[in-house]
Write a protein that binds this ligand. Structure first.
Ligand SMILES: Cc1cc2nc3c(=O)[nH]c(=O)nc-3n(C[C@H](O)[C@H](O)[C@H](O)COP(=O)(O)OP(=O)(O)OC[C@H]3O[C@@H](n4cnc5c(N)ncnc54)[C@H](O)[C@@H]3O)c2cc1C
Length: 486
């Protein structure tokens, strides 16, 4: 599929989007559907940045209620509910249970009133919140800390965050709307009102030159680097917040997303079911730069294990951890921001900067909930800059699969239909194997290694042995060694 793109793609586009995470994919889908000629590129695989490490929740803006920011609550609730009711959005309703602390937390009635207000602000599109003292998850929560639950509705992704991104990209494919993963922006210059972009195809080692009327930076935590590369000064920057989840085998009776109250300041942790695992987390740690990579540390794991064991009745140890998810949240702030805030108190809203004279748009921040909203907002900027598109909406490719039982995409199908190039692309982002089976899919004591070897042969062909060795080494460094150190 990627070769077809490279052989046939146009040399001139209306828009080139740099960054194929949630934000880039949301914008790509909107612009392609409106009829613009668009190329989206990513230096790695699509969704290989923060967008493969999220909690996969589509929140309606509950966080903003704390600061009485009612406008944002109404806006995010609307976006969430549009995603729930839209066709093929990959988003469904989730039941949440807020668990107030028996002692030392906020008043249960106060929280209940807040959830009621939240529900009213969603214009009662969701079910009314209620108090429930008898629920299946009581079997595995620490009953000395939590007794009752307050039930309310939010939304979550049906399959995974990576699939949410891929679905928005792989659904459209022609000479006018193209997607290239493993293709990085190396440099850019402007002449006669157009961008001349130097791209590097990391897969083949070839340089690619394309021309574009407008350039969009959707580089997530790397957005400032991209601004620098093209010599544009944006009024925004990112503050980074690292977040980690631990995945454990899903306990029997775990149906709803549990939100545990952690103290008086409104901090909470979630434990939510995802296929055969349940995710505990996330952490929220301010970091200064990206030098530590997207890598959980011994401290992160110890901290989360301690919390899980305090609030659940299981008494987990490191050997119970099926997988880890670690990402860095790009939190948008003004460039003049010099604060040193606890990241949870910073806004999760996106900011869009349009440098009109340079036909350049930079996106800072962003969330799953607002990605369609972001796409619509950017579309308005693009119309102002380029005028309305002259082409019709392209045909959607019939792009259907299911991750249920035996109908998960096969490696060959993913290679043919959704830009799958490497073993890890398949294990982590096309399927959930690396997250749902111990040790990146290899299993406890390599019990599943034979299957991984088979997948490697299909995808990596002559390079299968070396690719498998690299993958094993990566899992050894990022999983085995880390958990041994806990
Ligand atoms: C632990 C955790 C939990 C979260 N939970 C939720 C949640 O439940 N709900 C929610 O809505 N949000 C959640 N988030 C936030 C959400 O995941 C992020 O805000 C979102 O994924 C950011 O998407 P993005 O597209 O901006 O960035 P990314 O996904 O990082 O995408 C940016 C892309 O740009 C590419 N790129 C960078 N530089 C270049 C270049 N020079 N050339 C080509 N490509 C380039 C990168 O490779 C990358 O793929 C969570 C985040 C974390 C860390």
């Amino acid at each position: 599929m990627r070769k077809i793109t490279l052989d046939n793609m146009a040399e001139t586009f209306d828009v080139v989007i740099v960054g194929g995470g949630v934000s880039g994919a949301g914008v790509y889908e909107q612009l392609v559907r409106k009829g613009y000629r668009v190329l989206i590129i990513d230096k790695g695989d699509f969704a290989s940045g923060t967008s493969q490490a999220s909690g996969m929740m589509v929140w309606g803006g509950l966080l903003y209620l704390k600061n009485y920011d009612f406008r944002s609550v109404i806006k995010f609730s609307k976006s969430r509910d549009e995603l729930i009711s839209g066709i093929n959005t990959g988003v469904g309703i989730r039941r949440f249970r807020y668990l107030p602390l028996v002692q030392g937390g906020r008043s249960k009635h106060f929280v209940h009133s807040g959830l009621y207000l939240y529900w009213l602000m969603s214009l009662v599109r969701r079910n009314r919140p209620y108090s429930d003292g008898c629920f299946p998850e009581q079997n595995f929560i620490n009953k000395s800390r939590f007794k009752e639950s307050l039930v309310y509705e939010e939304a979550g992704l049906d399959l995974s965050d990576s699939r949410f991104v891929l679905d928005r990209i792989a659904r459209y494919h022609s000479i006018d709307c193209c997607a290239l993963n493993y293709c990085s922006l190396q440099g850019a210059s402007r002449k006669d009102g157009c961008w001349y972009l130097s791209l590097f195809d990391e897969h083949s080692g070839n340089d690619i030159q394309v021309k574009s009327k407008l350039l969009i930076n959707a580089g997530g935590v790397w957005a400032e680097k991209i601004d620098d590369l093209v010599a544009i000064q944006s009024p925004y920057k990112h503050v980074f917040s690292k977040g980690v989840y631990l995945a454990f085998k899903r306990p029997k009776n775990h149906q709803d997303c549990l939100v545990f109250e952690m103290g008086q300041h409104g901090d909470s942790q979630t434990f939510h079911p995802w296929g055969p695992v349940s995710l505990w987390g996330p952490t929220e740690t301010a970091i200064d730069d990206l030098s530590g990579g997207f890598q959980a540390t011994t401290e992160d794991v110890r901290f989360l294990l301690g919390q899980a064991n305090q609030n659940l009745s299981m008494n987990y140890d490191a050997g119970d951890i099926v997988s880890l998810r670690c990402g860095i949240r790009p939190l948008a702030v003004k460039k003049s921001y010099r604060g040193n805030h606890y990241p949870l108190s910073l806004s999760r809203k996106h900011m869009v900067y349009h440098a009109k004279e340079s036909s350049y748009i930079s996106i800072y921040g962003g969330k799953l909930t607002s990605c369609e909203q972001l796409g619509k907002e950017v579309y308005q900027y693009v119309v102002k800059a380029l005028g309305l598109p002259t082409r019709q909406e392209p045909e959607e490719i019939n792009y259907e699969y299911s991750l249920d039982a035996n109908q998960a995409p096969t490696p060959q199908w993913s290679m043919d239909n959704e830009y799958c190039l490497t073993l890890e692309d398949f294990l982590r982002r096309r399927s959930n194997i690396s997250q749902w089976v111990h040790r990146g899919g290899m299993g406890v004591a390599d019990a599943n290694l034979g299957n991984i070897e088979h997948i490697s042969k299909i995808i990596e062909k002559n390079n299968a042995k070396a690719a498998l060795a690299n993958y094993k080494n990566k899992i050894h460094q990022e999983y085995d060694k880390l958990l041994d150190s806990v």
